[in-house]
Design a protein around this ligand. Structure first.
Ligand SMILES: C[S@@+](CC[C@H](N)C(=O)[O-])C[C@H]1O[C@@H](n2cnc3c(N)ncnc32)[C@H](O)[C@@H]1O
Length: 456
């Protein structure tokens, strides 16, 4: 692994009381170890897993693979039953279901082989799911893999051209961090073209990274595409060969890491790239931007590219428009230097009826003043609904101003997440979980702020 990258890592494990360990990591054979807490971070096919409690995460992923395997077999048997027991199947439908069954089975084999090549075989579950469980399935974001490496150049080229419009002329990427890098085509092209000294692409979802790692090492990868709504009964599953692209692989290092708890030292990067990340992944941008800022060097630039289309679970108050986002950036000490927007195609598979056009906003922002905010000003468990809320400093002396705050404090046991606390209170008080989640999130932020103020 590149020495310059290892230098940047800091241990993401919890050190209790809402703090993280933050120790330096050192390379030991094919893994990393924290010099402070001794935690081990394994590597999968050369991709370091620098997630909190990485060993449990990897065990959990193995259990996810076992579950995936069982579900795949089930789906295959159901399709077989449908094909063999229904007398009224037309010939085209019969063909589609038969090809679909074969394609899904082949895709499952290819997927399991990608993990096995990285040393991850399916294993029965022995522990509870980790916060980084593949809860949306092993194949979550599979279409990004095909969009990036199988459908041709058009979508990525249009995205890159729009990003180039806002990128300062002649500026190089320097040390660059790509948040939520996905299948990594755009990151690989940008880090190549804009001459990154070191490019790091992080994501929490292993399959796209494993495939990207193979392709960028110059090896072809066979991976069936199974469109959600196929264009033709003859093509419900398409065998695709993703060609090796060693020409792009030079300086992009992929890392399995959490963009909401990035395992890097302050000031590590000259460029942070959020490509379809802020709106899709970050639950609270206002709280998140100071963390992004803290990762950046004094002359750092943030490049954003994405549609500002939020998941339905994001409260409406946090579905920021571009103008609001600029306001938040300003408040976090950024200055927007260039911006543009255009309607761009998204996920237009040649063999699927689905595919859409989105208005996509690109902008760059630089740091308006030096002095980065402290890395841990907003703990990662306040940025995610799924991480355990620790019993943080000052909680024992906190006096709730309202019974609801009392209920939230009473539910903090060091293990429950915001979502779990909310579901507990919602059940107790017969309220809707989504409403209570918003209130618990806000209450936790306020309780933590008051405890910190008093402590500081
Ligand atoms: C909409 S996709 C964008 C992927 C890629 N940037 C692109 O434009 O093709 C969002 C990506 O963020 C990743 N992601 C989700 N939560 C994350 C987290 N906490 N940290 C890092 N990546 C995350 C997803 O796995 C996914 O690859």
């Amino acid at each position: 692994m590149l020495h310059s990258l290892v230098e940047l890592f800091r241990c993401p494990n919890s050190a209790g009381a809402g703090e993280r360990c933050g120790g330096r990591l050192e390379e030991q054979a094919s893994r990393l170890a924290c010099v402070r807490c001794g935690a081990i971070f394994p590597c999968l096919s050369g991709i370091p897993v620098v997630l909190p409690d990485a060993a449990s995460v990897v065990l959990d992923w193995r259990a996810n693979l076992e579950e995936f395997s069982a579900i795949s077999n089930h789906v295959g048997s159901d399709l077989l039953t449908a094909i063999s027991t229904s007398e009224r199947l037309g010939p085209l439908k019969r063909e589609r279901l038969t090809r679909l069954r074969d394609g899904l089975a082949a895709q499952a084999v290819e997927t399991l082989a990608a993990f096995a090549a990285a040393g991850l075989e399916a294993r029965p579950r022995t522990a509870e799911p980790s916060p980084y469980s593949m809860k949306f399935g092993v194949l979550h974001y599979q279409h990004h893999i095909h969009r990036d490496w199988a459908w041709g150049d058009s979508e990525i080229a249009q995205a890159r051209a729009q990003m180039a419009q806002v990128w300062p002329a002649k500026r190089k990427l320097g040390r660059a961090l790509f948040l939520g890098v996905g299948a990594a085509r755009c990151a690989a092209e940008l880090s190549h073209e804009w001459q990154a000294d070191l490019a790091v692409g992080i994501d929490t979802n292993p399959l796209p990274l494993l495939v990207a790692q193979t392709v960028l090492a110059g090896r072809a990868f066979n991976f069936h595409e199974v469109p959600s709504s196929p264009r033709s009964a003859h093509l419900p599953a398409i065998p695709r060969t993703l060609q090796g692209r060693a020409d792009l692989g030079g300086n992009l290092q992929l890392v399995l890491a959490d963009g909401l708890n990035p395992p890097f030292a302050q000031g590590s990067f000259d460029t942070v790239i959020a490509d379809w990340f802020f709106d899709q992944v970050v639950p609270d941008l206002e709280a998140y931007l100071p963390l992004v800022r803290s990762l950046m060097s004094e002359n750092g630039v943030l490049l954003h590219h994405g549609p500002l289309v939020y998941p339905s679970t994001t409260p409406r108050s946090r579905r920021h428009t571009a103008e609001e986002l600029f306001e938040l950036l300003q408040a976090a000490g950024f200055e927007v230097i260039a911006q543009t927007e255009a309607k761009l195609p998204f996920m237009e598979s040649p063999d699927c009826n689905q595919g859409r056009v989105e208005r996509v906003f690109s902008f760059t922002a630089r740091l308006a003043t030096p002095s980065p905010a402290p890395l841990n000003a907003i703990p990662n468990w306040l940025l995610s609904d799924d991480l355990p809320i620790p019993y943080f400093t000052g909680l024992d002396r906190y006096s709730p101003p309202h019974p609801f705050f009392g209920a939230v404090v009473a539910a903090i046991d060091g293990l429950r997440s915001c979502a779990e606390i909310a579901s507990r209170i919602a059940n107790q008080q017969k309220l809707s979980v989504s409403t209570v989640t918003v209130a618990v999130r806000a209450a936790l932020r306020e309780i933590h702020r008051i405890c910190q103020d008093r402590d500081g």
